[in-house]
Design a protein around this ligand. Structure first.
Ligand SMILES: *Cc1c(COP(=O)(O)O)cnc(C)c1O
Length: 379
C-alpha cells in the first residue's frame, strides 16, 4: 500500500504548541510582539472582499515581490543595527545595487521555499555539503529528495568550519547549505567570510544561505548577490516580522535562478501563497520602523539574558539571533527544559547527540524575560 519513499522519511519535529495550559512560549523562536495594526487592518479589508476568497490568488505574487524588493532596498537586509547619529534606524546598509522583483521568489513559509530550493538546485548524484549542527530540516529534505549528505563538524567554538566546508565542496563539486546566523547555535559568519567561500566556488556551484535570523544580526549577505550569481539567500517573515502563523518565506537570488524556482513551483502548486497572506505580507513590509524597534528590543533582551547566564555559571554561546543556546555544568538539557516547563515556561531541548546538554531559549518581551530569569535563578 505504501511507497518505498515514505518508509525512508524522518519528519522534522517542530517546537511543541501545547494547548493544556497557558505557557510563556520561548521554544519556537516566534516573535513575542504582535503584528502591526496595519497588518490586521489589511486582513480585515481582505475579508470584506469575498471575491478575494472565491478567486485564485496571483500565482506569482507580483505585488508582494515588489513590496519585498522595496523592503530589502530600504533595510539592506537587516532590521536591527544601531541607530545612526541622526537617530534614524534605517536604511542601515546600502546594498550597493537595487533588488528587483525578478530577484524574489515567494512561498508558503521559508520551509516550503527551502523545499523548492532543494528540488531545483541539489542533485541526488552529488552529496550536499552542510554543517553537522544546523537547521535540522535540511537533512529531512535530503531524505525527501534522496540527496546524500556530507556533514562537516563545527569548530570547537561552535562556528562553521568554512575551510573544511569549501575543501569538501570543491572535492565533489557539491552545493552547500547552512543557516547564517546558524541555528541552533546562534553564531554568525561575517560577510567577508561568506564572500571568501563564494570566491573559492565554481561559478555554477550553488551556496544557499538561510537568513531566517539575519534581521537580529549585524549584516546580511544579500549585498553579495551583486557579484555572485551562484548565491541563494532564503528569508522568512516568521521571526522578525511576527508572521509565523501566516506562513510566508522568500528567496532572493539572480533572476535566472528565480525562473527555475518558478518552474519547480508551477510543477507542484501554482498558488503556494494565498490572497490574504499576500495582502498582509505587503502591509508588513510597510512597517519597517515598528519591526526594527521590536528587533532592537529583542536584541537588548538577548544581551541581558546572555549577561545573566554568564554571571550565574551557565555557558551560553554568544548569539546574533532571537534565541540563546546555553548549557549549565552538571545539569542535563532535558532536566533544565522540564524544570522550566513545570514553572510555566517552554524552552527547546534537542535530543541530538553532541548538543543534548544544551537548551535553546527564544527571546521574549521584557516581562517574559523577567519571569524566565526568576525561574532560572531558582534552578
Ligand atoms: C524558523 C526557521 C525557518 C522556517 O521558517 P518558516 O518561514 O516559518 O517556514 C527556516 N530556517 C531556519 C534556520 C529557521 O530557524
Amino acid at each position: 500500500m505504501f511507497s518505498s519513499r515514505i518508509k525512508n522519511l524522518h519528519p522534522y519535529i517542530p517546537g511543541e504548541q501545547p494547548t493544556d495550559r497557558e505557557y510563556i512560549k520561548l521554544n519556537a523562536n516566534e516573535n513575542p510582539f504582535l503584528p502591526h495594526p496595519k497588518v490586521l487592518e489589511a486582513i480585515c479589508q481582505a475579508t470584506k472582499n469575498p471575491a478575494l476568497l472565491s478567486r485564485y490568488p496571483d500565482p506569482d505574487a507580483n505585488e508582494l515581490r515588489s513590496a519585498i524588493a522595496n523592503f530589502l532596498n530600504k533595510t539592506g537586509g537587516v532590521l536591527c543595527t544601531t541607530q545612526n547619529e541622526n537617530g534614524k534606524i534605517f536604511p542601515q546598509n546600502d546594498l550597493g545595487f537595487t533588488i528587483t522583483p525578478e530577484m524574489i521568489f515567494c512561498g508558503n513559509g521559508s520551509d516550503e521555499v527551502l523545499s523548492f530550493v532543494f528540488y531545483t538546485f541539489f542533485d541526488s548524484s552529488v552529496p550536499l555539503v552542510l554543517p553537522e549542527f544546523t537547521y535540522s530540516f535540511y537533512p529531512v529534505y535530503c531524505g525527501y529528495y534522496g540527496i546524500s549528505q556530507n556533514k562537516i563538524p563545527l569548530k570547537n567554538d561552535w562556528t562553521l568550519d568554512t575551510e573544511k566546508i569549501v575543501a569538501e565542496a570543491k572535492k565533489t563539486k557539491s552545493p552547500i547549505v547552512f543557516a547564517n546566523p546558524n541555528a541552533p547555535t546562534g553564531k554568525a559568519l561575517s560577510n567577508l567570510q561568506i564572500k571568501a567561500i563564494l570566491e573559492q566556488l565554481d561559478k555554477n556551484q550553488v551556496l544557499v544561505v538561510d537568513e531566517a535570523y539575519a534581521d537580529f544580526a549585524d549584516e546580511s549577505c544579500i549585498c553579495l548577490l551583486k557579484d555572485f550569481e551562484n548565491l541563494i539567500v532564503v528569508r522568512t517573515f516568521s521571526k522578525s516580522l511576527s508572521f509565523a502563523g501566516m506562513r510566508l518565506g522568500f528567496v532572493v537570488a539572480n533572476p535566472k535562478l528565480i525562473d527555475s524556482l518558478f518552474t519547480a513551483k508551477n510543477s507542484f502548486n501554482h498558488f503556494p501563497v494565498d490572497s490574504i497572506t499576500q495582502k498582509a505580507g505587503i502591509a508588513s513590509t510597510e512597517q519597517i520602523d515598528y519591526y526594527a524597534q521590536n528587533a532592537k528590543l529583542i536584541v537588548q533582551e538577548r544581551e541581558r539574558l546572555f549577561d545573566f547566564l554568564t554571571q550565574n555559571s551557565w555557558s551560553p554561546i554568544k548569539s546574533k539571533t532571537n534565541f540563546v543556546f546555553t548549557k549549565k555544568d552538571g545539569r542535563g538539557g532535558r532536566e533544565i527544559y522540564e524544570a522550566v516547563k513545570k514553572e510555566g515556561i517552554l524552552i527547546r531541548h534537542f535530543n541530538t547527540s553532541g548538543i543534548e546538554d544544551f537548551v535553546r531559549i527564544s527571546i521574549g518581551t521584557k516581562n517574559q524575560q523577567d519571569q524566565l530569569l526568576r525561574i532560572l535563578k531558582q534552578l
